[in-house]
Design a protein around this ligand. Structure first.
Ligand SMILES: [Zn+2]
Length: 368
């Protein structure tokens, strides 16, 4: 055979039938066993080269699961915090930051697929409730920093491998909610047979829940069950609460069965007060009264249309519960001697509107 081994190999590899016929004749020949060995090597090399990109992508996925190197939160001053996140790999886009009532959400995009890093829970004394990630897309993560307090976002600084976010933890204001009457003192009986003490309690609890949900307030109730509290006990509770504002809840009653609507009592000017001996902070009386009036006027703006009371909405009340030395308002949630109001006071939807109005009025009142 005049052909070179290389030439024969080339020709035979192109024609399978001819090759197998040829190999039958040369089986056992050491030269052809060597050619067969070379052929196998070439086959495995081709398979390896074809699978290489896939191997690389699997490897990079495993490597990129460790994207977050370190998360730290430092308290710079009293209520000033700095959150730092360091990454193992380059963050490809500018991180987008959303502030929540009680936290921060940051959208992070990476150059390749990422896995979800583990969540972490803050200890009970910490401002941090928890840190966790959500998958936004295969190469982006939503980082959520849940806080126990409401925050104001100040600034963000970022490099390819880290983000620094500064925020202020807002001071929470304390609201004391006084559910009128209770226990052996049922308050006014409505035209549909219900008692004032029950309407005030359910509304107080719903208002407390809404204020806590907002993340902006600490809330104290003078009572959270059907129990009798004397006026002296109520006043003592308010005085020891260190609250910023008092909201006392009641329902109105009138001989005129057509009279309806929500109204708010605030202390009158000092010269109209009959008994001045029980005023807690007489020096600041007018200042406190002006602030109380400001809250009441805010509230009248947010009262739902179905319970408007026209000119009667803001009223003077020479009442002991309002003389406690902090801004205070007594809210008559509706007129229980009126059938429409009585039914509304038992509607969860209606109460939710009133609660929302009080929350808006408080937000406005504490606005800087
Ligand atoms: Zn009452």
């Amino acid at each position: 055979m005049p052909q070179t081994l290389a030439g024969t190999y080339m020709r035979l590899s192109q024609n399978k039938k001819e090759r197998s016929k040829f190999f039958q004749g040369v089986e056992g020949d050491s030269t052809w066993r060597f050619i067969s060995f070379l052929q196998k090597i070439s086959y495995y090399a081709t398979v390896f080269l074809l699978l290489l990109p896939l191997c690389t992508s699997v490897w990079s996925k495993v490597a990129s699961s460790q994207v977050v190197k370190k998360i730290s939160i430092k308290r710079e001053k009293e209520n000033h915090y700095v959150l730092c996140i360091d990454f193992d790999e380059k963050v490809s886009f500018v991180p987008r930051i959303h502030t929540l009532p009680c936290g921060l959400k940051i959208l992070l995009s990476f150059g390749s697929d990422v896995e979800i890093p583990p969540a972490a829970r803050g200890h009970s004394g910490s401002v941090i409730r928890g840190l966790f990630f959500e998958k936004f897309s295969s190469s982006s993560l939503m980082f959520v920093c849940a806080l126990r307090e409401n925050v104001t976002f100040i600034s963000k600084k970022y490099t390819d491998h880290s983000i620094k976010i500064e925020f202020l933890v807002n001071k929470k204001h304390t609201v004391i909610i006084d559910a009128g009457h209770g226990g052996k003192d049922p308050g006014a009986k409505s035209i549909i047979g219900s008692y004032e003490k029950n309407v005030t309690l359910v509304t107080a609890i719903e208002l407390r829940n809404a204020l806590l949900r907002s993340g902006k307030y600490r809330v104290i109730l003078t009572r959270d069950r059907d129990e009798f509290i004397s006026m002296e006990e109520r006043v003592n509770k308010i005085n020891s609460s260190n609250a910023d504002i008092l909201i006392s809840l009641h329902t109105d009653s009138n001989d005129d069965k057509n009279l309806r609507g929500l109204s708010i009592y605030v202390l009158p000017s000092l010269d109209q007060i009959r008994d001045k001996s029980d005023i807690e902070d007489i020096q600041n009386y007018e200042k406190i009264r002006a602030r109380s009036l400001r809250f009441a006027k805010n509230l009248t703006r947010y009262i739902p249309n179905c319970c408007r009371m026209g000119n009667r909405s803001c009223r003077d009340g020479d009442l002991k519960i309002l003389k406690i030395g902090i801004p205070a308002a007594l809210v008559e949630l509706g007129c229980c001697s009126n059938k429409i109001d009585s039914e509304l006071l038992h509607s969860k939807i209606f109460r939710a509107k009133t609660v929302k109005a009080i929350l808006y009025a408080l937000d406005k009142f504490f606005e800087r």
